[in-house]
Write a protein that binds this ligand. Structure first.
Ligand code: NDP
Length: 292
């Protein structure tokens, strides 16, 4: 049996279309365009690509976008001052600070992220939004796990009552994924580097989410026959020859798992495409909440 492949572009396209319509409705009703400000500090090449993609997505969907480029040696105080002025800026409904920050600022990361007004926290990382999510209240939700959940729903995969296993317990993927699945009445287990006999746990999963950051970590024998496998991992393998670009792979051994799973996301072309689309939805949601 070969699994159904859950193509990210199909779902991302639907999320973006939804965001475009809701942005147009806000323009019509209030004469206001939802606005996103992205702060990028320094010149990390991968971050520059991500920020360009976010800006492009905003332009496509009728969302106002500002990219604020700050010098590598910016101080914590300078960044906090920029965030403070964006918190007060009525054109801006969503603010995000592109991570990672330069090394010298890493110890201030939490203070910087927590200074974003929770109603504008479109990454969903602020403790207020995390708390609301855990309580099942309306909140801005972290884009990647929220995108995974919405994809499962749109794909018609049953969640309620099913056993879900999340491998990885980071604050940005694993833990929020746990809460979002729990809120949909799945029975959820979360695993990490100290979990004993991991394959026995993952083989129980009707829905298996891999967010580990290790190439092809989940092998076919760790997957239950017919399970839905969501691969969040993005790993670049070493290049085959010097100067070439290494291949992108997920946390799941895709080709092997394809023969066991019922449905599976590919890498690239899976979850990665959902994240920017969900960010657009969050900007629109933030604008709706602020304008209501
Ligand atoms: P982190 O490094 O923050 O967390 C990795 C988690 O995996 C940790 O909880 C760790 O456990 C767990 N882990 C590590 N080794 C093992 C092991 N041998 N057995 C079981 N668990 C293990 O990663 P992120 O959550 O930030 O990201 C995970 C992956 O998802 C990465 O590849 C990242 O690039 C990708 N990603 C993709 C996104 C997208 O848009 N598609 C967005 C965000 C991330 P412990 O806590 O015990 O250390």
């Amino acid at each position: 049996m070969s699994a159904r492949i859950l193509e990210g572009k199909v779902f991302a396209g639907q999320f973006k279309e939804d965001a475009r319509k809701r942005a147009a409705a806000l323009k019509e009703k209030y004469g206001v365009q939802p606005g996103l400000a992205v702060i990028i500090v320094g010149h990390d090449p991968a971050s520059e690509v991500y920020v360009r993609n976010k800006h492009k997505a905003c332009e496509e969907l009728g969302i106002y976008s500002e990219v604020i480029e700050m010098a590598e040696d910016s101080s914590k105080e300078e960044i906090l001052a920029r965030i403070d002025s964006l918190n007060k800026d009525a054109k801006i409904h969503g603010i995000l600070v592109q991570l990672p920050l330069p090394k010298a600022l890493r110890s201030s990361e939490e203070e910087i992220l927590d200074s974003i007004d929770p109603v504008k926290d479109v990454d969903g990382f602020h403790p207020v939004n995390v708390g609301r999510m855990v309580k099942g209240e309306e909140a801005l939700l972290p884009c990647t796990p929220h995108g995974c959940l919405k994809m499962l729903e749109l794909a018609g995969i049953e969640i309620e009552g099913k056993k879900a296993v999340v491998v990885g317990r980071s604050n940005i993927v694993g833990k929020p994924m746990l809460h979002l699945l729990l809120a949909r009445n799945a029975t959820v287990t979360i695993c990490h580097s100290r979990t004993e006999n991991l394959p026995a746990v993952t083989r129980e999963a009707d829905i298996l989410v891999a967010a580990v950051g290790c190439p092809k970590f989940i092998t076919a024998d760790m997957v239950k026959e017919g399970a839905t496998v969501i691969d969040v991992g993005i790993n670049r393998l070493p290049p085959a020859e010097p100067g070439a670009k290494g291949k992108l792979v997920g946390d799941v051994d895709f080709e092997a798992a394809l023969e066991v799973a019922g449905a599976i996301t590919p890498v690239p072309g899976g979850v990665g495409l959902l994240t920017v689309a969900m960010l657009m939805e969050n900007v629109v949601q933030a604008a709706e909440m602020q304008l209501a």
